[in-house]
Design a binder for this molecule. Sequence first.
Ligand code: BDR
Ligand code: CA
Length: 306
Amino acid sequence: MIPVVVDMDSGTDDALALMMLLNSQAVEVVGITTVGGNARLADTTRNALRLLEYMGRPDIPVARGAARTAQRAFHYAYDVHGARGLGIPLPSPTTRPVRSRAPAFISRMASRYRGKLNIIALGPLTNIARALRKEPRIVEWTKQLVVMGGAVDVAGNITPYAEFNTFNDPDAAHTVLASFFATSLVGLDVTTRVSFDRTDAPWFTGDAPAATLSKRIVRTWFDEHLTSPRYHLHDPLAVIAALDPNLFSWHRASIDVEMENAARLGMTTATYGSGPVRVAVAVRAEDATAAVTDMLSRPGDRASGA
Ligand code: BDR
Ligand code: CA
């Protein structure tokens, strides 16, 4: 089993990504770290706890991370993700986050699963950058860091230049993408090619817990965004990249993140050829979409749907 820490700003597509991982027989989610981004930290943490409980996995530890960046408050996306960042009601969690905060938790997991840990980062990179500053050896201990973020050779989604996650903490994105983590960058270049169409409802088959909740989340999102024909699978695609990288074409690069120019904050520019990051430049979109559907339509081995 691949040990995975998920760093997330849960978020509707973060929720789908988490349920894919929980449904996978190949993965052991050893912990979740939360960060503000799509919603306030209190909401993203609560959503992570609620999702774990719904999926019958309240045993998975959740560590709270950053409520803001070193420079500023996060820009939230309640308009995209809905009330409390998920848009659907779920019972209140009965569990609480663990005592350690995200950076310490990430270091501990990287040390415990030395050489094996996969980190899948689905929000602003604030927690990962702080973990790196605290314990630089996590770079060697982590097998792979998959980042959903950046818009390398395409336009941004929060500004014409920047993708939402890198925009939200450009300094952290710079720190992490310039580090020597084995990083796979899954940005808008590929994620905007992988989506569910409104007309393809119900998108998932069966009535297992992940499929049932995913249907509710995606259906509610379409109901709230009546003029949008497509729901982009940004964070789910990062999960696919971690588990099935052969569906992508990758180019090695060094990535520059704009940290100063106010209009271009979070813009990601690649110099291809060499560098610490492999950038997803193309994806077999139909296969990737089918893989998302499949992972969320499975019964899942431990899901109870309680
Ligand atoms: C990213 O921003 C968030 O809204 C999504 O959850 C995803 O991580 C896409 O730009
Ligand atoms: Ca996210």
